[in-house]
Design a protein. Structure first.
Length: 180
């Protein structure tokens, strides 16, 4: 681990969505320390794109105490390991009701590598068909809306879109479009 040796590890907390563990470590200089790590399963984030329109969802984010616009995203319950493309299609269907004819992997996102092992995959969903959302109980206050790309960018500039995963995924979308 690049000169850091794990000496021991203990689980501090676990629920259906995450585990908190503490690792005792030895640094390259021989000093010891501790890392607290939040382990969460891989997540998928989906950018639904219809022409120049982006579909986003808004929901109350309890830790912030505020509602936030973001792209549909999530993990599988009970720490399940689901292939990222399958998870992306599921999250899209659950949160928006949309079904995609095409899902393209845009790239990997590390959520918070200073304290979490969670990684995510951003996907572009096109050739969309509408349907009914299949939201989980925790998502009952969620709403969805379509935004032109210029409107999305204006909202980001004004601080109305602040979700870091959504912002990073949009950047991957821009890179994807530059490659074409």
């Amino acid at each position: 681990m690049h000169g850091i040796e794990r000496i021991g590890s203990r689980e501090v907390y676990r629920n259906n969505w995450m585990t908190l563990r503490e690792d005792d470590i030895r640094r390259p200089d021989g000093s010891s320390g501790i890392y607290s790590i939040v382990d969460k399963p891989t997540y998928a984030l989906v950018i639904p794109l219809d022409g120049d329109r982006l579909c986003m969802v808004e929901q109350f984010r309890y830790p912030l105490g505020e509602r936030r616009w973001e792209f549909p995203q999530g993990t599988a319950p009970e720490l399940a390991d689901v292939p990222a493309p399958e998870l992306a299609a599921r999250e899209l269907r659950e949160e928006t009701g949309l079904r995609a004819g095409s899902i393209i992997d845009l790239g990997r996102l590390d959520v918070a590598p200073g304290f979490s092992s969670q990684v995510g995959h951003a996907f572009l969903a096109t050739d969309l068909r509408e349907g009914e959302p299949e939201r989980e109980h925790e998502e009952q206050d969620m709403r969805m809306a379509w935004f032109e790309r210029a409107e999305f960018e204006a909202m980001a500039r004004k601080g109305e879109i602040t979700d870091s995963q959504s912002m990073a995924a949009y950047f991957l979308l821009l890179l994807h479009h530059d490659e074409r």
